[in-house]
Design a binder for this molecule. Sequence first.
Ligand SMILES: NC(=O)C1=CN([C@@H]2O[C@H](COP(=O)(O)OP(=O)(O)OC[C@H]3O[C@@H](n4cnc5c(N)ncnc54)[C@H](OP(=O)(O)O)[C@@H]3O)[C@@H](O)[C@H]2O)[C@@H](O)CC1
Ligand SMILES: [K+]
Length: 532
Amino acid sequence: MRTAYTSDQIRTAETALMARLPEGTLMSRAAAGLAMVCANLLKGVRGRVYGSHVALLVGGGDNGGDTLYAGALLARRGARVEAVLAGSRAHEGGLAALLAAGGRTGPFDAARAGDLLARADVVLDGLVGIGGGGALREPYGTLAELTAEAAGLVVAVDVPSGVDASSGRVEGPAVRAHLTVTFGAYKAGLLVDPGASHAGSVELVDIGLGPHLPDPEVAAPTGDDVAGLLPRPGAESDKYRRGVVGIAAGSDRYTGAAVLSVGGAVRAGAGMVRFASAAEPVRLVRARWPEAVTTVLDPSSSPESLLEEVGRVQAWVLGPGLGTGPEAHAVARAVLSSDVPVLVDADGLTLVAKDRTLLRRAAPTVLTPHAGELSRLLGVPREQIEAARLDHVRRAAAELGATVLLKGSTTLVAEEHRPVRVNTTGTPWLATGGTGDVLSGITGALLAAGLSGYDAASCAAYVHGLAARIAARGGDGGGARAEAGGRAEARYEAGDGGRGEAGYGAGDGGCGEAPIAALDVAEAIPAALRML
Ligand SMILES: NC(=O)C1=CN([C@@H]2O[C@H](COP(=O)(O)OP(=O)(O)OC[C@H]3O[C@@H](n4cnc5c(N)ncnc54)[C@H](OP(=O)(O)O)[C@@H]3O)[C@@H](O)[C@H]2O)[C@@H](O)CC1
Ligand SMILES: [K+]
């Protein structure tokens, strides 16, 4: 599990550690780690450090201090290092070290900064780190914007300036880095969009903070974590022990979602799928997935007897393509009255947004909205949700008393009193109709197998993203299970190929990937599971 923290948590840990160390130790550890990463980058792009050009963008705080000391170390190895001092002050010790090592400095001047960025092999963004707050003021904002024109690699020091380290929020100009070198621990804002897509690959420099860190705010499960949580059938397993999932999805008008949701559940290893719907979706599901046991629901039945014919299930999936009229509401009421876990998606979320009483239940509920659906659930504009995904997914989990999986470029899973889980797999090609229906089926299968809502949702997101990557690469699993760090090297050696990529997130959907259909994702689930 990769764990991540807020700025306040980092500062508390830093204070505890600093009390035991001589002054300046942490900054020199941070600067040494940063310089080493930059030296390796320079060797990658220039063959050596000596003679390379390095530009430093230096703010007035300790983030600028780290940058100046790292610049001094690179200057001592023969790099030509020039700094733009953007603040009214600069870290004294760092500045003296840089000058003593032969580095050059000057105050902000847009033309000079532009010229410097055009010549530099590597640009270090040391404007603001965890001490930043709100939109960048001038001249920091202009400098952040100028980094977009940089010819070389942009390395963010600790956090890309303009990104809120605790939440990933971006409120104005912000640096988009190829690589972020972060100190002591991952910051939550590096894992969550929009911050994650500004961070590029993220490299962690250990400065000894570990023993002083509290419980994390955010955690990103790795492939090994997911493999450890996924149910594996044993010799004793039968279809009931593996989990029977009920799927209440589709309507005579919307049939495809039902086929996709059932596909997700079948391919994710449900012991059995019981599908309940109107006649037309039932016909289509039977044609595509003969292993599903189907029931045509009788809309004239009472809510108590509506699902009587379906048989016993260990979890329900409710909502894809269900519609939002009175008949759909009756199905939602019947499913949510059950005493098993229920996943609510798509039209189910619209029904729940209109009638919150549906969520008054004792068994676990998992909600899987995208930002638009969450906007309806919380009554908050979509843009606000997109700008502060972490805050809103947490709020939704607390307010709705459910596990909430917020879909998007970095999918988040929140449950009260637990770290928000961030998904590291996926591809932008997933942003296509029907893929969410497949995810609902996978999650339902895992709920039926006995995973908690929190684990089922986070494992399903991981498997779904991995399957999408495999499908986008034409079934070639090679490298699809790439997580942060593992992808960094290839990326920054490839020149500007990685700009804007989310080190932990969905990647850029570029090289070697092609468009996918939702059913391709369902069909690639077994290949994804084989990799775990
Ligand atoms: N924690 C650790 O373990 C370790 C931390 N270390 C390092 O210390 C960093 C934190 O340093 P920090 O506390 O000095 O704050 P920092 O990020 O430099 O920002 C303050 C400066 O930014 C400015 N500024 C702020 N907001 C702004 C805005 N919107 N727009 C414009 N300017 C803005 C603010 O300006 P002012 O308000 O003073 O005008 C001030 O100049 C941390 O990220 C890491 O790199 C390592 O050395 C080792 C161990
Ligand atoms: K920075």
